[in-house]
Design a protein. Structure first.
Length: 144
């Protein structure tokens, strides 16, 4: 970057950039020098396996509550929705990152909160007609 362009940067960005570089490069060096790479790889491996187990648990839950004839079409639709969400989120959050990087993290936290709220709706023993903790509660049956 030419000196004239560096002078046009806001004052807070120059020290922040320098501080970032002073933190990132030693961290990269530490991965190699101190052998942290193995630990980081092991932690990422464990996290990946936890996410895989959660996806497997979701499939098991679906098999408990779904009609066997509905499993294949629903799995195809779920795969399509996941693929679309992955592409759409990648593009839209990339543009959002350019405008407001902190908004990306706030949106991710909100999505994680919604996901947690939906996960808490799963009953301990799901069955057809009792797919959520709110299903079949307190509604009187009609007299015939």
């Amino acid at each position: 970057m030419p000196l004239a362009e560096a002078r046009t940067l806001p004052l807070w960005r120059r020290p922040t950039t320098l501080l970032f570089l002073m933190a990132v490069f030693p961290a990269y060096g530490g991965l190699y020098w101190f052998g942290w790479g193995v630990m980081v790889a092991a932690i990422l491996y464990v996290i990946d396996n936890v996410f895989f187990a959660l996806a497997l648990a979701l499939k098991t839950y679906f098999q408990k509550i779904a009609d066997p004839g509905d499993i294949a079409p629903t799995a195809a639709v779920a795969f399509t929705i996941n693929h679309f969400a992955a592409v759409a989120l990648l593009a839209s959050l990339g543009y959002l990152w350019l405008a407001a990087p902190d908004a990306v993290f706030l949106l991710a936290a909100a999505m994680a909160g919604v996901s947690l709220a939906l996960a808490l709706m799963i009953p301990r023993h799901p069955a057809p007609g009792h797919e959520t903790v709110f299903a079949g509660r307190g509604l009187p049956l009609a007299a015939v």
